[in-house]
Design a protein. Structure first.
Length: 277
């Protein structure tokens, strides 16, 4: 099996077994789009095999921050990052790190389900084929669909178009597509915002199952969802600069129960109680 080569080893052996081991370490991370600063000096550790929720008002940089974690911001020509963002001790933005390999190790599922106009099978197999992971392809596809709690619903129609699935099924298919290439982290950017309550509940149940094997970071506007699924919660707020521009800042980060019942910062309390935001 041919794998993408990197000058820096991002192998699994670097990951210690401690439950509270930091997978990501952000130190003074700021992101700019041109001259406009989107987030300012974020400092946060994200821990292995926990679900971390990112909450906050619109425009506070939640999606920008989560996209730094797998270098999706590289795809925006005007974007640049300052500070240091380490993944298992390796500088993600350092020389010699292959962004494509980073995105294989750190998968992402977006707000709106985006299956390819291909069969259910080919959607899951797509990344495997691109990355040269073609050995035991049928078994890999089946395993990913099982992991995404979708196999029993689609096993008899794998050749059918993925576009014929319901919205919730399409989102689980996108999760299956992400985990098929054996990532270590799954980033979920508002994964249930376009879904009905029943499909949302299925996605939340799936997250609980997946955290046994994956580190999960979720952006959500739904505070009840964050309270239900997350182990840790980060509240991002908005700061207005003297020049009048708005930029996201990390206000508070702690265990989810503390964030929602006894936050340390009045701004967090105001947001989670609905007084602003």
């Amino acid at each position: 099996m041919e794998v993408i080569k990197t000058k820096i080893d991002l192998g699994r052996e670097r990951l210690p077994t401690g439950e509270q081991e930091a997978v990501f370490e952000a130190r003074d991370v700021s992101v700019y789009y041109g001259d406009q600063r989107a987030i300012d000096k974020v400092n946060i550790d994200i821990y292995r095999r926990l679900i971390t929720a990112i909450i906050g008002p619109s425009g506070c940089g939640k999606s920008t921050f989560i996209r730094t974690l797998n270098r999706m911001t590289d795809l925006v020509p005007s974007a640049r990052l300052t500070g240091e963002l380490r993944y298992r001790g390796i500088d993600l933005y350092g020389p010699g790190v292959d962004a494509v390999e980073v995105r294989r190790r750190i998968g992402m599922v977006f707000q709106k389900p985006n299956p390819f106009p291909k069969s259910i099978y080919d959607n899951v197999a797509y990344g495997l084929r691109i990355l040269g992971m073609k050995k035991d392809l049928d078994e890999r596809v089946e395993k990913a669909l099982h992991s995404a709690a979708l196999w029993d619903e689609v096993k008899d129609r794998l050749k059918d178009s993925a576009l014929g699935l319901s919205g919730g099924q399409q989102q689980r298919l996108c999760i299956a597509r992400a985990i098929a290439v054996e990532p270590e982290v799954i980033l979920l950017d508002e994964p249930a915002s376009a879904l009905d309550p029943i499909a949302t509940s299925a996605i939340e149940d799936l997250m609980h199952d997946l955290k046994r094997d994956y580190t999960i970071v979720i952006v959500t506007h739904n505070m009840q969802q964050a309270a239900r699924v997350a182990d840790m919660t980060a509240f991002f707020g908005l700061n207005v600069t003297p020049e009048g521009s708005r930029e996201g800042i990390l206000v508070e980060y702690d265990k989810t129960e503390k964030i929602f019942t006894n936050p340390s910062d009045k701004r967090t309390e105001g947001y989670v109680t609905g007084r602003f935001g």
